[in-house]
Design a binder for this molecule. Structure first.
Ligand code: ADP
Length: 542
């Protein structure tokens, strides 16, 4: 017997409809690409998204068309998203930090038919547009007055293009499993792989993300997503903020400490989310200038492991709660968040920081397990580490075009490629990427543990641990270190600092100092190129 409840497809435009109806006057404040701060509301965004949808339809775009965006976090980018989804087309966020050839490859793979592009990226797009055969139209996210001279074919200024629609338009309806958005993983090995979100998965993820023990956000929050919309949906904030009706503050193209601080302060931001490097820059800025963070309550930090020093400073010096989180593009992206279960609520000091160093537990809607190489589930004992696998309604069940099928099994588990352990309370801790783990004498050494420990040294700016060939052990750890400006810690200083804090056989065999560590387009340490750089390295122990 079926239940007698209504069918109400989970479609993304319902999020923006609700924002308009219940929170229409709430502001979306953007640092515009042209410069000034621009203030709009959910009612404005709703109206303009309808215009985008109408206008796209006038131009012949239809259900299933892939429409790219190459843009920073601004209100215009949000409108474009909802307008695209509103006709059943698919927003495809492009990461401008990738090499131009990679962006062209991705656009061709997705067969993008149109693109919304920020002024900043017009020169980048000019370089590659000719290679993208499917591309029919370019909409530059600005007005005629700021429109640059461009060689781009069929380029129009967004505001004038938009003004040709009156917004008297009804969203299209379709099945909730229809594709809504697309985002490629950065592809540190092999070609990038396309993740295809559905309306249903986006709406469910928005609900999952907002829950109290996930991001825990409400209409009373003022949310600043520093994490870009092209980095895994801005961790879902582009959907969950309109869903709950929170004020949004969009940082545009300025992510330095001073610019972010200015927005945090003038807009009284209560909640923000970004990768550790952004917070490192912000903390450095407020320390140097003696500022405070009186309004900020909570920051979600993820994308790579959050160093203990950041959590400690936020909490002890500025009374800002840190939520360490883990996720992936393939998971929409939230996987786990480190909020406190009641049994941990009273933890203090170092014990609390120990727990917060873990990536946390999954909200309802994400299942996880760790397995050995033969897919046997491993115990949740907080030390046995293995392959981390997940499943849920906002987790990918395949990649666009059917590539990478070996990562998905018949029971729906997706192999994340991460290595982790889970403790008896259900808290997961990432110890490595499977391809980065160091295998010494058949045992695994966690590079993330070594790195987190090393950056705890006051004179270390950044550290990366990699496996270097060793004749006896197969591989041994080499620690690559960037010193803080003006500081000269020696190899022995760093090793003495680490000594006793990890198993003896985990200790790096050597320390190499470099001026810079390479990063990927999503801000992670690029281990592949580091390993390449040090492939001839002879350890003193060998
Ligand atoms: P990419 O496109 O580079 O894969 P993602 O954002 O999808 O970008 O990256 C997901 C990966 O980032 C995870 O599989 C994991 O290795 C790493 N990661 C994310 N958050 C954390 C975290 N809090 N601690 C450690 N690693 C993390």
């Amino acid at each position: 017997m079926l239940g007698l409840m209504q069918e109400w497809p989970l479609l993304c435009h319902k999020l923006i409809d609700n924002a308009e109806r219940q929170h229409g006057g709430r502001e979306i404040v953007s640092r515009s690409i042209e410069g000034p701060i621009v203030r709009t509301t959910y009612a404005d965004i709703h109206r303009r998204a309808l215009q985008v949808a109408e206008r796209l339809e006038q131009d012949g775009f239809r259900l299933g068309d892939r429409i790219a965006t190459l843009a920073w976090n601004t209100a215009r980018h949000i409108e474009a998203w909802y307008g695209i989804m509103g006709i059943g087309a698919i927003y495809h966020t492009l990461n401008p930090r990738l090499f131009p050839e990679q962006i062209a490859w991705i656009m061709n793979n997705a067969e993008d038919r149109a693109i919304f592009v920020d002024l900043t990226f017009v020169p980048l797009l000019e370089k590659i547009a000719g290679q993208v055969k499917s591309l029919r139209q370019v909409i530059v996210l600005t007005d005629q007055a700021h429109m640059p001279q461009t060689s781009l074919p069929n380029a129009v200024a967004y505001e004038e293009w938009l003004a040709e629609a009156d917004g008297v338009f009804a969203w299209k309806t379709f099945d909730e499993n229809t594709a809504a958005g697309m985002c490629y993983t950065s592809g540190t090995t092999g070609d990038p792989k396309g993740v295809l979100y559905s309306h249903r998965s986006n709406v469910l993820h928005a609900m999952i993300a907002a829950m109290p023990d996930a991001m825990g956000i409400s209409a009373r929050d003022v949310i600043l997503p520093v994490v870009p919309m092209f980095h895994a949906n801005a961790w879902g904030l582009g959907q969950s903020a309109p869903m709950i009706g929170a004020k949004l503050v969009m940082p545009g193209c300025k992510m330095d400490g001073a610019s972010i601080y200015e927005l945090l302060d003038t807009e009284k931001v209560t909640f923000s989310a970004a990768v550790p490097t952004v917070w490192m820059m912000l903390l450095q800025y407020i320390e140097e200038t003696g500022r405070k963070l009186p309004y900020l309550n909570k920051v979600v930090i993820g994308g790579s492991s959050c160093p203990r020093a950041i959590t400690k400073k936020f909490q002890d010096n500025y009374d800002v709660q840190v939520v360490h989180a883990w996720g992936m593009t393939e998971m929409s992206p939230l996987g786990t968040l480190c909020t406190m279960k009641p049994e941990h609520e009273n933890l203090e000091g170092e014990a609390r920081l120990d727990l917060q160093g873990k990536q946390g537990f999954p909200p309802f809607g994400v299942e996880m397990k760790v397995t050995d190489d033969d897919n046997n589930a491993l115990p949740w004992d907080g030390k046995t580490f293995g392959h981390l696998k997940v499943r849920g309604p906002a987790v990918a069940r395949g990649y666009y075009g059917g590539v990478g099928s070996e990562q998905f099994d018949a029971e729906g588990w997706f192999d994340t490629g991460d290595v982790a352990h889970i403790d008896a309370s259900g808290y997961m801790q990432i110890t490595d990427r499977a391809k980065d783990v160091i295998k010494s004498g058949g045992e695994w050494i966690s590079t993330i543990d070594l790195e987190n420990l090393a950056v705890g040294h006051p004179d270390v700016a950044e550290a990366a641990a990699i496996g270097v060939p060793h004749s006896k052990w197969g591989e041994r750890p080499l620690l690559v270190v960037v010193r803080k400006p003006g500081k000269e810690p020696s190899k022995n200083d760093i090793l003495a600092f680490m000594n006793g804090k990890v198993a003896k056989w985990w200790m790096p065999d050597d320390v190499a100092f470099v001026s810079e560590i390479p990063h990927t387009a999503t801000g992670k340490i690029q281990k592949i190129s580091l390993r390449q750089q040090f492939k001839e390295y002879r350890l003193p122990t060998d």
